[in-house]
Design a protein around this ligand. Structure first.
Ligand SMILES: NC(=O)c1ccc[n+]([C@@H]2O[C@H](COP(=O)([O-])OP(=O)(O)OC[C@H]3O[C@@H](n4cnc5c(N)ncnc54)[C@H](OP(=O)(O)O)[C@@H]3O)[C@@H](O)[C@H]2O)c1
Length: 273
């Protein structure tokens, strides 16, 4: 019997790897993307042995046209696609004018253009099959003005709105679309930014970090409850709700004070996100 297929971008580590493992455990075959070839191959082998999932792998930098278009073409031709997780992503930190414009352009591609093109490639098959799940990994940062993560939060805001619009449009076509908006999560994400994971990840309080597996479990529960936006963790939902209830001017003040405190105190800089 042919198995349904789950596509996951950025499956080498963290949240993407946890989604890949979840869908493998549910009887799916996989299509996984990543840049670290050896690590992705090893991971796919483990999932094969553990769950009997077969994996097709795509390697490369997702902001490069040759890489995007190859994955897009293959996805368009995959008539067994049932799940697409647009997860690959990264952050950059600092004042907007001091950053690298090339990095901003890459981020717009990886966080916005790639999810749009892959969603477009998958949706026709899902509509014809009258079933499918589309998960866009956004971020809690997408709900806030984020002075030193300008492009990061702006691109994640795009993903949230994109997912809500698609979710409403396709709700009667048997397709569920959700933007998952994690807060702090224990992955490679922060060490890649040069931050010290031991200082960044808190075990209690409003900045409490979740595991990637908790993020996935919450997302599946949101899908079962037909939610278009999923915020894993009570503390993160509290932050989101609180930020909506206070006047916007006060929110600007809080964000700028927070950034200023870290800018002028180097010992806090290694914890900033
Ligand atoms: N960790 C958090 O606190 C947090 C919070 C909110 C949202 N998120 C979102 O969660 C998603 C997954 O991140 P993570 O936390 O799991 O981090 P991670 O462990 O660093 O994983 C990121 C994945 O995305 C891939 N990737 C990143 N940039 C890429 C690029 N330019 N081209 C191709 N692949 C790329 C990486 O591939 P390689 O490893 O092979 O290079 C890796 O597989 C991201 O979209 C991130 O914005 C994370």
């Amino acid at each position: 019997m042919t198995k349904p297929v789950a596509w996951v971008t950025g499956a080498t580590s963290g949240i993407g790897a946890a989604f890949a493992e979840y869908f493998a455990s549910q009887g799916y075959d996989l299509v996984l993307t990543g840049r670290r070839e050896g690590q992705l191959r090893e991971f796919a082998d483990v999932l094969g042995k553990k769950y009997g999932a077969s994996s097709r792998l795509f390697f490369g930098e997702l902001s490069e046209e040759s890489v995007i278009s190859k994955i897009e073409r293959e996805l368009q031709n995959d008539k067994l696609v049932h799940v697409l997780v647009n997860n690959a992503g990264f952050a950059s930190y600092g004042s907007f004018h001091e950053g690298d414009l090339n990095v901003y352009q890459q981020m717009i591609k990886v966080h916005c253009e790639v999810p749009v093109r892959l969603s477009y490639a998958a949706l026709k098959t899902m509509v014809d099959a009258k079933k499918g799940i589309l998960i866009n990994v956004a971020s809690l940062a997408g709900f806030f003005p984020y002075p030193n993560h300008t492009l990061y939060s702006a691109t994640k805001t795009f993903l949230i709105n994109f997912s809500e619009s698609l979710g409403v449009r396709y709700k009667n076509d048997g397709i569920h679309i959700v933007a998952v908006c994690p807060g702090m999560t224990m992955t490679n994400f922060h060490t890649r930014m040069g931050l010290d994971a031991r200082k960044v990840y808190k075990i209690i309080g409003l900045e409490k970090a979740l595991t990637p597996e908790q993020v996935v479990k919450n997302t599946i529960s949101c899908i079962n409850h037909r939610k278009y936006v999923c915020i894993p963790g009570f503390h993160n939902r509290f932050l989101r709700t609180g930020s909506r209830m206070i006047p916007r001017k006060l929110l600007y003040k809080i964000m700028s004070t927070w950034i200023e405190k870290r800018r002028t105190n180097p010992s806090l800089k290694s914890q900033e996100f």
